[in-house]
Each structure stands twice: as structure tokens, then as C-alpha cells.
Design a protein around this ligand. Structure first.
Ligand code: S3P
Length: 438
């Protein structure tokens, strides 16, 4: 687990220039290891995110008896054991900071013949798991949690699972994926309906691993009793990591930055839509497909932004990008209002509260709502902000500092390594002024 003592000092640097490639997609990397482990044969993963979250998932599968080689950084060779080849671990399985790891693993482990315990760090231990426990229990799983549906999760093996037809109360790719993964082990059909379509990587990857699955936006259906066949996975660069640079280059005059080969699955690019509505100048070039996923270079130039309203129509497609959007909003002309985004309160931190607190500390007026906020732009001042150990909050304030009148100290930044190892050096290479301290 990362300590909370590291901090950054960030201040206005140079215009962002050049061409950079951000690390591999976190969601795809988690799933590539999971499906590779459950497949028959050897899966070669290229572009794997060397983040703490995804490495924790790989370690969990090693504990469950899967051999995983690391021939070079960002590469994994997963020697699949087949759907029924995992072995019990006597030690708890540590998902670190990763909600995706824990929720998807709950689905996989519910279908095993043995018991398991899933644990996480302090932040993950406060995140709601009832959203997976309840539907998995409807399928026949037995999962014990702490009071209030919190981790650790004790998952009892040797339960026979039956498919269900389930409508998610809240749009969540993690919950959908947990049910589909449990559905691999269930008798009959598992059908998931979503109130708003979410990222469909589990569905696409199951199909790539040869599992028959029907899916369309907001809907997925599969039946149990098949087998997964190993296949190679090329992980695109993570749009959520590119997001910080899209905002930074948009708000710093004189910037023109190319982000290479970014995954632009429409279920992930809500921030592109939002920034363009705000007046951002972002072009997509060299559009291509990589392993069935749309990928493009994103070329972003500074442009004056204006405030907008973001509601439930766009929220799920940019669920991880609100911290970055709040920064763009603080630098825009006119008010920005975010609504229908209550899910932000149960991410790695309460992202509505942490962003509001941090921006206020830099002189920006933010009015919090239960499901969003109203951001009144203004001149960003020097100050000190607490990321509350949330990687995306820390990186967002490094971006905000590029428009501040003095130094911004950002506390508790070690968790940036969960999703974006090397952010600080890539940021510096592109023109951002950032120094690390212990
Ligand atoms: C993810 C789904 C989203 C997202 C998270 C990754 C995934 O979570 O916030 O970073 O890989 O399925 P929810 O399913 O809770 O919305």
C-alpha cells in the first residue's frame, strides 16, 4: 500500500508541446489478466498498465496458481489454467486500491470450488460492495462482508450458480462485469440491463476469447458452461490518463500537444464531448482499430473555454474524468454545473467533496450538490490541497496549478502510481512544472 506522505509542488510551467504516449488502459489491463488466467492456452498482453491496481490483480491470480511472466515492462504472458483450474489461496487476496479488481474478482471467485477472502487498502475498504454482493447472491453465491457491505469479502466456494436477468440500479461496468464473469460458471442465461450503457470491455474481450455473448449498448447476455480460448491482447493507451493532458493543453496558452494512440471507445470519451462543448480544440488523427478497439491520436491546442451543463446523459461516459473537468471549469468563462453524478461520491475518494475542497483552497467558488457541483470560474491562486490519496485528484491539481498565480502544494500523491506510474516525468516532458517531495 502506498504511504500518504509524498507530495508535489506544482506551478505554472511552459505551454504543453510535443508528442507523448500515456500508459495502457487500466480497465483493459485488469480484464486481460483475468480472462487470460481463466483461458486455455497462453495469452500475451502488450501495453499492460504497470500500475499498482493492475499489478495487484496479476498478483492475486498468481496466488490462485496462475503463472504470469513479465518478459519486459508493459508485457505479460499469462499461462491460463482454464475455467476450473484456479487453486485456493490460504492467504487473503489483496486488491490494493482497485475497485475494479475487487468487484470483478468477486464474480470470478463466486464460481470457484474453494473459499477466498478479498481485501483492499484503506480507501477500498470503505467502498460499497453490496452492489455486487446482492446480485451475485441472487445467482446463488454466498458472500460475507463487513457491516454495511464493506470489504473484506469472504466468498464461499462450491455454490451452484444460476443465471439471472438483472437490471442494474446504477450504471456500473464493474457490477455488470462481475455478473457476466459469475455467469461463466452459472447454469442458464445471465442477462444484464443497464440504465445507461457503460464500458463494454468485458463483453468485447469475452467474445475475443471465444465465449458466445450477445451485447449491445446497455445490454449483455451469455450462458454458462463454455470455455475461454487464449488470445493476445493489445492494450490501448488509457483515455482517462490522457484526460489530464487534454485539459492541461486546453487551459495553458500556446499549447499544442499530441497524445498518441489513445483508446477512444465511445463509452470512455464523454470528456471529449464535454470539452468540445466548452470550446476546446481537439482533433482526432490516425484513427485505427487495435485489437477491436478504436484508437486515435488526439491533438489538442489551447482554446478559450466556456462553462456548460453536464448531466446524466454524459456522466457515465466520463465517470473518471470529472476531477479533470472541474479544473477545466475553473478556468473557463461562465459557470459549469454537474448533475446526476452521485457515483463520484463513492470513488477512490468522495470526488465531489475533494475537488470542491481543493478548488476552494485555490480561491475558486464551488457549490456542492448531492449529485454534482456548480463551479464558478476565477483566478486560481497559490495554495495547498489534499488529494485524500486519490490518484485522479492529485493529477487534476497538478494541471490546475498550470494556471495558478503561485505554488500549489498537493499532499498525499503516492497513489498516482495506482493508475499512472511516471505521470510526473511525462508531465514535465510536456511542459508542466512539477516537483516531487517526501
Ligand atoms: C471501471 C468502471 C468504472 C470506473 C472505474 C473502472 C471498469 O467504475 O469508474 O475506474 O473497469 O469497469 P463503476 O463501474 O463503479 O462505474
Amino acid at each position: 500500500m502506498s504511504g500518504g506522505s509524498q507530495h508535489w509542488i506544482a506551478r505554472a510551467g511552459q505551454p504543453l508541446r510535443g508528442s507523448i504516449r500515456v500508459p495502457g488502459d487500466k480497465s483493459v489491463s485488469h480484464r486481460a489478466v483475468m480472462l487470460g488466467a481463466l483461458a486455455e492456452g497462453t495469452t500475451h498482453v502488450r501495453g499492460f498498465l504497470e500500475g499498482e491496481d493492475t499489478r495487484a490483480t496479476a498478483r492475486v491470480f498468481e496466488q490462485l496458481g496462475v503463472r504470469i511472466e513479465t518478459p519486459s515492462a508493459s508485457e505479460r504472458i499469462v499461462h491460463g489454467v482454464g475455467l476450473h483450474g484456479l487453486r485456493a489461496s490460504s492467504a487473503p487476496l489483496d486488491c490494493g486500491n482497485a475497485g475494479t479488481g475487487m468487484r470483478l474478482l468477486a464474480g470470478v471467485l463466486a464460481g470457484q470450488a474453494f473459499d477466498s477472502t478479498l481485501i483492499g487498502d484503506a480507501s477500498l475498504s470503505k467502498r460499497p460492495m453490496r452492489r455486487v454482493i446482492e446480485p451475485l447472491s441472487l445467482m446463488g453465491a454466498r458472500i460475507d462482508s463487513e457491516e454495511g457491505g464493506l470489504p473484506p469479502l469472504r466468498i464461499h466456494g462450491a455454490q451452484s450458480l444460476t443465471g439471472i436477468d438483472y437490471t442494474l440500479p446504477v450504471a456500473s461496468a464493474q457490477v455488470k462485469s462481475a455478473l457476466l464473469l459469475a455467469g461463466l460458471y452459472a447454469s442458464g442465461d445471465t442477462v444484464v440491463h443497464e440504465p445507461h450503457p457503460t464500458r463494454d470491455y468485458t463483453e468485447r474481450m469475452l467474445a475475443a476469447f471465444g465465449w458466445p455473448i450477445e451485447f449491445s449498448p446497455g445490454y449483455a447476455k451469455l450462458s454458462g458452461g463454455g470455455r475461454l480460448r487464449a488470445t493476445d491482447v493489445n492494450v490501448p493507451a488509457d483515455f482517462s490518463s490522457a484526460a489530464f493532458f487534454l485539459v492541461a493543453a486546453s487551459i495553458v496558452p500556446g499549447s499544442e500537444l499530441r497524445l498518441e494512440a489513445v483508446g477512444v471507445n465511445p463509452r470512455r470519451t464523454g470528456l471529449l464531448t464535454a470539452l468540445r462543448r466548452m470550446g476546446a480544440d481537439i482533433r482526432e488523427e490516425n484513427a485505427t482499430q487495435q485489437g477491436g478497439e478504436p484508437v486515435a491520436d488526439l491533438v489538442v491546442r489551447h482554446a478559450p473555454l466556456h462553462g456548460i451543463e453536464v448531466d446524466g446523459e454524459l456522466a457515465p461516459d466520463m465517470i473518471d474524468e470529472f476531477p479533470a473537468l472541474f479544473v477545466a471549469a475553473a478556468c473557463a468563462e461562465g459557470v459549469t454545473t454537474v448533475r446526476d453524478a452521485a457515483e463520484l461520491r463513492v470513488k477512490e475518494s468522495d470526488r465531489i467533496a475533494t475537488m470542491a475542497q481543493g478548488l476552494r483552497g485555490l480561491g475558486i467558488e464551488v457549490d456542492e450538490h448531492p449529485d454534482g457541483a456548480t463551479i464558478v470560474p476565477g483566478a486560481l491562486q497559490a495554495g495547498r490541497v489534499d488529494s485524500h490519496g486519490d490518484h485522479r485528484i492529485a493529477m487534476s491539481f497538478a494541471v490546475a496549478a498550470q494556471r495558478a498565480s503561485g505554488d500549489v502544494r498537493i499532499d498525499d500523491v503516492a497513489n498516482v502510481a495506482t493508475s499512472f506510474p511516471g505521470f510526473d516525468s511525462l508531465a514535465r516532458d510536456s511542459g508542466i512544472w512539477l516537483a516531487a517531495g517526501a
